[in-house]
Design a binder for this molecule. Structure first.
Ligand code: HEM
Length: 418
């Protein structure tokens, strides 16, 4: 627990550009609370980054996301350095995933898999998810009375789920895990490939090489996996370009697992730190739906997305000029006193829970339902078998400004064999 306090709104605004600030959650939330109170539409101008407006109130984030004709994902969907922005302006994005594009391209691309992610189709996965959940809780038993829950359980289950849905062979899962961590952990010395800005380009090139082969294979021999749906999709009668196809695989493989893993590990930590809520959920498993959403609100694995205004727009009396970018701070919106009763209390029965962890509007997380199902499967298996649990060391958070959460969660426990 850190007792660091931001001295003023200028200092508070720098949390959004500082990967280490996200790893100190107490400080981060103090900074956001100050901004919500004193400067909810706050201009951040710092060395190394092009300026942006930090939006910290829930209602404003919902409003901006709903206005997708005014606020576009292009050309700056996530915060990068001045060099990242310049590279994107000259070369275009190396990847053109769903989060990089706007309508009509976005609508067409999203249509390729939106049916696949419908509840009716996902319901078929219940058994698969329950199987993975059992496998990983059994693994905890095999490991004895302690493990690093973040690395031994949470990191693997969503990876296995998403890669099996895509249709990749299990022998490639390790390689995908490493590449995803290198992509999202580019600011963390334990996870990044190297310290140079160009290392991230090498990571993306590796994704490209792997998925180019996959596309060719699935076009030649389609199967019933999601990779085949994407490889053989048509928009206006045309195949997707190789860039679109590969980008689709990358967004699914990456968005689908570090996020969910962070929610799982952070969810368990919240239960450990709130033993009354753990007991409540164990004695009333009917609360699982609200509990899982509360874990996802509490953790908020995706820290921000950005939009760029195409015309002047006034938010709380401040004019966002055409061409200005806004950073939508989901963790701040999810602790907004005007949107939640007692936002800093972890309540497994919280209802309503209008959190922003999956975003809102046309880019609303495609995998939200799948993520919820995975968390429910894991905790449905774990909680009845969990006789005791406590921290066995200090949890550590990933240094990131985009996606992340706990990178280590050492626990001691008693889990009964199946
Ligand atoms: C707890 C886990 C997850 C969290 C917190 C999360 C969060 C998010 C957020 C915040 C967005 C952007 C929404 C916006 O701009 O309004 C997003 C988009 C997306 N997510 Fe997730 N996600 C999670 C799990 C998943 C899973 C399991 C998948 C599975 C494939 C997935 C696939 C996607 C895709 C494809 C997009 C882009 C959608 C678009 O731009 O149209 N996510 N997610």
């Amino acid at each position: 627990m850190s007792d660091r306090v931001p001295h003023n709104v200028e200092e508070a605004g720098y949390v959004f550009v500082d990967p280490a600030a996200y790893a100190d959650e107490d400080y981060f939330h103090r900074a956001c609370a100050l901004l919500r109170r004193e400067s909810p539409v706050h201009k951040v101008e710092g060395p190394g980054f092009n300026p942006f407006w930090a939006i910290t109130k829930s209602a404003d984030i919902f409003d901006i996301e709903a206005r997708n004709q005014i606020f576009l994902n292009e050309p700056r969907p996530v915060l990068g350095t001045i060099e990242d922005d310049a590279r994107r302006a000259t070369n275009g994005d190396m990847l053109r995933t769903l989060i990089h594009v706007d309508d009509p391209e976005h609508r067409n691309l999203r249509g390729v898999t939106s049916e696949w992610f419908l509840p009716k189709n996902l319901a078929k996965l219940e058994g698969v998810l329950a199987g993975y959940a059992k496998r990983y809780v059994d693994k905890m038993v095999e490991l004895g009375d302690s493990c690093d829950f973040a690395r031994d359980v949470a990191m693997y289950m969503p990876l296995n789920v998403i890669l099996s849905i895509l249709g990749l062979p299990e022998s490639d899962y390790g390689r995908m895990l490493k590449l995803t961590q290198e992509l999202f952990g580019a600011a963390d010395e334990d996870l990044q490939r190297g310290g140079e800005p160009t290392d991230i380009i090498a990571v993306i090139q590796d994704f490209f090489a792997y998925f180019t082969r996959l596309t060719e294979e699935r076009r030649a021999n389609p199967t019933d996996d999601m990779a085949s749906v994407v490889a053989n999709a048509k928009i206006d009668g045309e195949d997707l370009t190789l860039m679109q196809t590969i980008s689709y695989y990358v967004i699914t493989a990456t968005a689908g697992h570090d996020t969910t893993a962070s929610a799982m590990a952070g969810g368990l930590l919240a239960l450990i730190e709130h033993p009354d809520q753990l007991r409540r959920l164990q004695s009333d498993p009917g609360l699982m739906n609200t509990a899982v959403d509360e874990m996802i609100r509490w953790v908020t694995p995706v820290k921000h997305f950005m939009r760029t205004a195409t015309e002047d727009y006034v938010v709380r009396g401040t004019t966002i000029k055409a061409g200005d970018s806004v950073l939508l701070s989901y963790p701040s919106g999810n602790r907004d006193e005007d949107a939640f009763v007692d936002p800093f209390s972890f309540d497994v029965g919280r209802s309503p829970n209008k959190h922003l962890s999956f975003g809102f509007g046309v880019h609303y997380c495609l995998g939200a339902m799948l993520a919820r199902m995975e968390l429910k499967a894991l905790f449905r298996e774990l909680l009845p078998r969990l006789k005791s649990v406590e921290l066995a060391g200090e949890p550590k958070w990933m240094k990131t400004i985009f996606v992340g959460g706990l990178k280590t969660l050492p626990i001691r426990y008693e889990v009964t064999p199946a």
